[in-house]
Write a protein that binds this ligand. Structure first.
Ligand SMILES: NC(=O)c1ccc[n+]([C@@H]2O[C@H](COP(=O)([O-])OP(=O)(O)OC[C@H]3O[C@@H](n4cnc5c(N)ncnc54)[C@H](OP(=O)(O)O)[C@@H]3O)[C@@H](O)[C@H]2O)c1
Length: 256
């Protein structure tokens, strides 16, 4: 059985939607008649103007919630707010991720390793996802099919790592994959109809990849629209036995 195909009036939650892949998921789901509610989180209103403007167009369907994934209290507050309106979620996609910002560049060599930066990578890229899993569990405890997907990255595959570098980002995505594999096992006992997966989006033209696009051939650099429709196809084709797996944008399984 595939997921959304069989669902009407699905409730969705997309985390990390101020820009990039997350914002595009929101736009796509707002246009999807099978989805009745879209909850979308952002961290900072001054950075989320396009998202917030969508509430004028979709006042009943879209609810925007302010949430920093590194603050457990903000995750709890968002889940409580969602729970006042709906008792079930059918599609959750966590799109939060950090590779670089004004104070942080991915490490090219051991000389650049520092504890503070490593901790930031893990806090945003790994720990946030498992905190979400902790607090979202009650909203997955229902009998309808559901998916909890987290955007990971192929560079988090240990088996695939031939190039090195990007210590913190790679390790935090590898940790994310392990945490979500664990979540899949525990959800398998508590809410067995929920499929928990991590997804590699392919190199996508967003703020995150922009400084590193120079050596990417144009056919391997996806627009956000292409990435989102490819990932939605992967999600729609998931089967119950796929929980706990790490999928690429084309539906192939990636090595751990
Ligand atoms: N683009 C690629 O080529 C590529 C490749 C492989 C994997 N990925 C993964 O795909 C996912 C989406 O990335 P993207 O390319 O769309 O990048 P992006 O445009 O930089 O978006 C990242 C999102 O994460 C949010 N975020 C960062 N820190 C946060 C925090 N502490 N709490 C809540 N939200 C936070 C950002 O919010 P702000 O706007 O407030 O910062 C933004 O909405 C990430 O997990 C990334 O690792 C991307």
């Amino acid at each position: 059985m595939t997921l959304i195909e069989n669902i009407k009036n699905a409730n969705s939650l997309i985390i990390g939607t101020s820009q990039g892949i997350g914002l595009c998921f929101v736009k796509k789901l707002l246009q999807d008649e099978r989805i009745s509610k879209v909850y979308a989180t952002y961290r900072n209103p001054s950075n989320a103007e396009e998202l917030l403007s969508l509430t004028d167009e979709y006042p009943d369907k879209l609810t925007c919630l302010m949430m920093d994934i590194t603050e457990e209290s903000e995750i709890i507050a968002s889940v409580q707010r969602i729970s006042t309106e709906v008792s079930k979620l059918h599609l959750v996609i966590n799109c939060v991720g950090l590779l670089h910002d004004e104070n942080l560049q991915p490490e090219k060599s051991l000389k650049q390793i520092n504890t503070e930066n490593l901790l930031r990578y893990f806090q945003i890229n790994s720990i946030g996802a498992v905190l979400l899993a902790k607090h979202l569990l009650p909203l997955f405890k229902h009998k309808e099919p559901s998916v909890f997907a987290t955007i990971s990255a192929k560079v988090g595959s240990i088996g695939d790592n031939q190039l090195g570098g990007w210590y913190g980002y790679r390790a935090s995505k590898a940790a994310l994959n392990m945490l979500m594999r664990n979540v899949a096992i525990e959800y398998g006992r508590s809410c067995p109809q929920t499929i928990v997966v991590t997804l590699h989006p392919g190199t996508t033209d967003t703020r995150l990849s922009r400084p590193f696009q120079r050596n990417v051939p144009p056919e391997k650099l996806f627009s956000v629209e292409r990435t989102v429709s490819q990932l939605l196809t992967v999600i729609e084709q998931l089967q119950a036995g796929d929980s706990g797996q790490f999928f690429s944008w084309d539906g192939s399984k990636l090595p751990w």
